[in-house]
Design a protein around this ligand. Sequence first.
Ligand SMILES: [Zn+2]
Length: 126
Amino acid sequence: MQNKNRIKRLVKNSCACYLGTKHGIPNYCCLQDGPCVFFAQEDAPLRCTYFENGVLPIDEKLEREYTSERNIESEFKTAQPRVNCQKCKATFSANSNRQKYCDKCRDKNANEKTKLRMRQMRKKQA
Ligand SMILES: [Zn+2]
């Protein structure tokens, strides 16, 4: 989880529930009455509702990574442009404005390109 450290930094800097070391507990969270979930040792994508609603929106980029990492269907997703695939006309949410094909068609395109390349390679060898 490469964004874990950025989440921690955001918690430290901006979360109102994060109190540092308190009652002898490091990274104390007043909602948990214990350590903040994001400072746990485990690598599982952890969640905190307070953080998601009150802190995370400060950092839009991190918010997107956070929600996609946890497969959170939310209002953030609709912020992505809805695009019609140029091949099969299916509607999908594009990750960028340059994306013209849905994931299925993109995979198919990639396969066809690979096939084409293989064919040309074989031709050269013959
Ligand atoms: Zn398609």
